[in-house]
Every structure is written in C-alpha cells, then in structure tokens.
Design a protein around this ligand. Structure first.
Ligand SMILES: O=C(COP(=O)(O)O)[C@H](O)[C@H](O)COP(=O)(O)O
Length: 323
C-alpha cells in the first residue's frame, strides 16, 4: 500500500457497491463508513503511513474518493464519507486512527437508530388491515412495515418485481419473514393492483431541496398512478438521504447502468441495431408524494428544505478532495 493507495478492504467494498452486491442507500452508507475504518486500521500499520500523520490523512481521503466514485445517485454515500472524514482529528497516527474508527462506529449506530425511529413514524401512517404496495427493496420502507406489524397491525403487501434487477424479490422474502402475506406482481400490473391497495411505501436514494424524491426507476410513474387512484404514497428516508448540494441548485446525477442488465446478449443480437438504455433511478416531483418520513418525523416534501438547512447549513463540504 503506498501513501494514497486504498487498502484491499476499501477496494473490495467499492467493487461490491459498483456491482450491487452491496446495494440500497442505507446499506451502501454503512458499508462505506466501515470501509473507512478498515482503511484507518490498515494505514496505521502500513510502512508509508504508520508514522506520518499527513500521509495517513491523504490515504483516508484517497479511500474516500475511491468509494465516492462507485455509484453517483445515492447521496447517503458522500454523506457517510463526510460524517467520518470531518471527524478525523489528532496529531498522531494513533489518534487519527481512533477518531476515524470511533466516527465510523458512531455513524453506523446512528443509522440503525434512525431507521428504527423512522419506522415508528411511518408505521403510524398505516392502519390495521392495510395492504401496502412496495417498489424495489428499501430497508427504510421495510422498517415502517415491520414497526406496524410489531404494533399488532395486520398488514398485507403487493410487491412490485422491479425490473431490471428484481429487487422486489428481496422485499418479498423480507416481508414473508415478517409474517406479512405477499403478492408479487410485474411492474406493469401496478396500476391494476392499486385499487386493492391502501398505501404505497417506497424508499429513497436522495431527496432534493425542492422535495423531489430520487428512487429506483419506476417510482415516479407509480406515484402518478397512485395519485390518480387516490392512494397515499410515502417515502421512508433517513436524513442521510437529504442531498445538501441541491440546496445550492445542483441537480442529482442519475446513474445509467449497463444494457446487459436489461437484455440478454442473444436477444440483443436478434433485435439488431437499436439503442438500449438502463437508467437506475428517477425523480418523483414533490406534488406526487404525500409525505417524507424521517427519523425526525414526517414532512410534506415541499418543507423538507427547512430540515436540510437545519442539518447541513448551506454547504456541502468534500473532505475527500485532494489537498
Ligand atoms: O432504490 C433503491 C435501491 O436501488 P439499488 O438496488 O439500485 O441500490 C432503494 O429504494 C433505496 O436505495 C432505499 O433503500 P434503503 O431504504 O435500504 O436505504
């Protein structure tokens, strides 16, 4: 390991995030924080960094950049890096290492607590006997359903498959394990089933300052259909999903993934020369979302900017940048 080369654990985590072995915004955030702690442990042992605090800091920033470059849309990733790297302090390598490991532990603990707290808030929007519809796999959305079940409410679910990666299968299994009866449907059947649904519950990868919800592709169409059918829709999103850069007018970059996720090579060849696109996320305008449920309570999307200013001020530091 040279002074700026990431530790193997960081490279492995970055690779697992890029290939979606580690996926979902909250899971990505805690994996990134843990990878920084592993970088700190490795750098405190490595020849090039063990006795040079500045080289140690540079190696942590480099690890941050490697992790940052994996997936562009989920803001929980840079927010996790911000949390840990802004708390890196000390005059010696040992002190620096301890500060990074402690910050990483605190971040992961906070994440778990936030998910439990938002689950309670979201559960209060669900009534005994409700059927919910889900899209993709969101641990924040599942926390709301799980808390409702723990409150003794009887909940059933209609689970959208979520092409192309079929994360709906993960949701279906998780709900079944909670004892929730599940009906799995293809995405294009969603509008038909909305008539049988009392609430739509989705997660988020990022929330923009205008209250726009960036989540798995298909969320915006589902939200428009839900509004048209009169079915309430909530986004369950911890505050690490709030996108501080959008306070200053920046837009959220939507990840475009490989066409191989959409179509198998044989079918691709048979079709011939056509374009295939695979956007991973879309933006649901705030007017189609009834509530954003966070660990600080629920908010109409248009008022989320107040919470963002409270938590982030106006700035979005990049403590991983080269100095
Ligand atoms: O869109 C996805 C996952 O997309 P991908 O599978 O492409 O990562 C999830 O709804 C959010 O990340 C929220 O998840 P969580 O609530 O667990 O943070």
């Amino acid at each position: 390991m040279t002074d700026t080369e990431p530790a193997p654990a960081v490279r492995e985590t970055a690779e697992a995030i890029a290939t979606m072995e580690i996926r979902g915004a909250a899971t990505i955030a805690s994996a990134a924080a843990e990878a920084l702690a592993e970088q700190a442990e490795a750098a405190a042992e490595a020849d090039a960094t063990a006795s040079d605090p500045e080289a140690f800091r540079a190696s942590l920033r480099a690890a941050g950049r490697t992790l940052r470059e994996t997936r562009p849309t989920a803001v929980s990733l840079p927010n996790a890096l911000r949390y840990v790297l802004q708390r890196m302090e000390g005059e010696t390598v040992d002190a620096l290492r301890d500060s990074v490991v402690d910050a990483s532990d605190a971040f992961v603990r906070q994440l778990d607590r936030a998910q439990d707290d938002l689950g309670e808030v979201g559960a209060n929007r669900l009534a005994d006997g409700d059927t919910v519809m889900t899209h993709c796999h969101s641990t924040d959305a599942l926390a709301c359903i799980e808390a409702a079940v723990e409150q003794g409410k009887s909940i059933s679910a209609v689970v959208k498959e979520t092409r192309p990666r079929q994360q709906g299968h993960i949701t279906a299994e998780a709900l079944r394990e909670m004892g929730v009866p599940v009906t799995l449907i293809v995405d294009s059947a969603a509008r038909r089933y909305l008539d049988e649904v009392d609430h739509v519950v989705v997660g988020a990868d990022s929330i923009a300052a205008d209250g726009g919800v960036i989540n798995k592709i298909g969320t915006s169409g589902l939200a428009v259909n839900a509004r048209e059918r009169g079915v309430p829709i909530m986004t369950a999103a911890q505050t690490i999903k709030l996108h501080p850069e959008t306070l200053t007018g920046h837009t959220v970059e939507i990840e475009m993934r490989d066409e191989a996720e959409v179509i198998e090579s044989e079918a691709r060849e048979a079709i011939g020369e056509v374009a295939v696109e695979n956007p991973a996320f879309d933006v649901t305008p705030p007017r189609y979302m009834d509530a954003i449920v966070t660990e600080h309570g629920q908010f109409p999307p248009e008022s989320i900017v107040t919470l963002m200013r409270e938590l982030f001020g106006e700035g979005a530091a990049e403590p991983w940048a080269e100095q």
